[in-house]
Design a binder for this molecule. Sequence first.
Ligand code: ADP
Ligand code: ZN
Ligand code: ZN
Length: 690
Amino acid sequence: MTPSAQVAVVVPTPAHSELHAPLTYTHDTPLPAGTLVRVPLGRRTVLGIVWDGAPAAPATATLRAVAEVWSALPPLDAGWRALVAFAARYYQRSLGEVALAALPPALRTLDAEALARRLARAPSPSGPTAQETPPALTADQTQALQAIESAMRPVLLFGATGSGKTEVYLQAAARTLARDPQAQVLVLVPEINLTPQLLARFQARFGASVVALHSGLTPAQRLRHWLAAHLGQARIVLGTRTAVWASLPRLRLIVVDEEHDPSYKSQEGARYSARDLAVVRAHHLAAAGCRVVLGSATPALETWHAAEQGRYQRIELPVRMGGAHWPTLRLVDLRQQPRGTLLAPPLRAALEARLARGEQALLLLNRRGYAPVIACGDCGWKSGCPHCSAYLVYHKRERALRCHHCGHAQPVPRACPTCGNVDLAPLGRGTEQLEEHVVQALAELRRPDGGPVRVGRLDADTARGVGALEQTLAAVHRGELDVLVGTQMVAKGHDFRRITLVAAINPDGALYASDWRAPERLFALLLQAAGRAGRDAAFTAAQGTQPELWVQTSQPDHPLFAALARHDYPGFAAQQLQERRAAGMPPFAHQALLRAEARQLEVALAWLQHAAACADDLPGRPQVTLYAPVPMTLTRVAGVERAQLLLESGSRAALQALLAAWLPCLHALRRTPAGRGVLRWAIDVDPLGY
Ligand code: ADP
Ligand code: ZN
Ligand code: ZN
């Protein structure tokens, strides 16, 4: 048959290939938009997606024919395509890059035959098989549920840890599924490994109609789950950031749990925010009645501000379930303690008293390893990474120095490499040292049953092995560990019954950080950590104790702590927003970064300078401030120097217009002498940290 129709096909394009429009191919019949196809591209055959709109006018060159049509698979629907198109536009990437990256990688390795075999094995559609009877909602929860069901705007569900938010998600999902026998629900969580209980709760409620989508799955599992969602067999998809791209033809409810969590922002590729895209996705589907709920005890200030302005509807769950007590804040002024104090005497006394009564404690230190650097006291040498502008972290048990940025590792030197002094000392402390210290300090202490105190550690090092994380968490649950030392990992959604004391050993680093979002992050972390204590009211009552949150700090007068003592997120947010407004920072301004990487810092900086000059006459420019290019805080990583240029505007539209017009200039600039030596460049819209 002679090919007669022309079709527009989106193909995978490398980040900066300048291929923005779909390519034109021929096929014997027109193909519906969203159809998956395989098409020739250069010498390869690649997966592509038939796209909306008329194909671009054919060039004089002969068009190539579509190689394979995956007609066994329903096309990706208009809602999905709208999401991808929006993301490509908003984050300034090519359609091909975003669209193909949004599909499970294993799909790209299939051909029509392999796909047909997979589909033959796919299970038949399953309705939710409820296994657990839901509890009756409280009055507050009922109100929240009703508000979600009638909301015309995104809903912010604001409630402390343990206030019953998850139960509201579960029942909102149940109602959505009951109303429409094909409806689908998307639940986004920051990290599935850290919240296995959430997945378990959804599965207990909805059985096999729940599938997970996250990076912990094998490529084959991921493909299977993706297909289940795409074919409508999965009614609930629970996943991390990337799950926002799942094909869900009958999507009617999106939940973003812990919506403030920075892990929703991708740090590579299109650098999208899954939280923001969830809101956009629901907006596109508003006519079909799709709702979106953002849940948090400490919403992102952007989200809080949107609720204050009425763009989002705020619903509050004001009390913790089961009468759980809020921990009392106890501050230790580190300025009154000897330098290098790990556990100040009052904290240590409180810890011992609680452990002796059979209670559990959580100690938080946001640095893994034994010490962040080792140094020579004679000549001042420090363990710098040969490839990065960062120190090598001392890992004592491994007897190694490790770079946490590039992965470089080396044995600990026996003597100072510059002066030969054999007396090298660790500076500062990490979780490994804290664990060692706690074990020593509590060696003589006995639990009520006469046994010794058992100390465990949870950080990226101990969680590395398969199942290691789950094992440690389960041990705390079963009461086999009395003290858990760890990084922020330990503050996440675990539901530990007997924990009555949570301590942040030294969170000050965050307050000195150059990142102006640091106080917001620290407040969220400490409030979340506090939420781990005293969750079981029956236990604390039987013990006759009050849960406590201890913070050791050199800045006890920081306004953050006053708000924390009152568990007053709204007060904290109001104060922060006032500062942000005065300083013209987000959410009162919109930002984007242009980043460049090169072997020499001057090359990166000079290129950014040229880039700034190119922006001069572009649309939107008068309303956008371009700051001078600067090296990034962590300038060198793995031998590459990194610099950036910040753009800021009160008008999102002006910033977007400028970026869109700027992109072709940047591509062109890359090919000029100024671009020589630039290894990579990227635009980051709504950057989170810099
Ligand atoms: P959050 O998600 O805000 O941390 P959860 O929904 O997990 O709160 O609720 C905290 C605890 O209270 C959980 O153990 C949950 O099973 C229980 N719970 C929540 N809502 C109810 C309810 N209406 N009746 C009884 N128990 C509830
Ligand atoms: Zn030395
Ligand atoms: Zn390094």
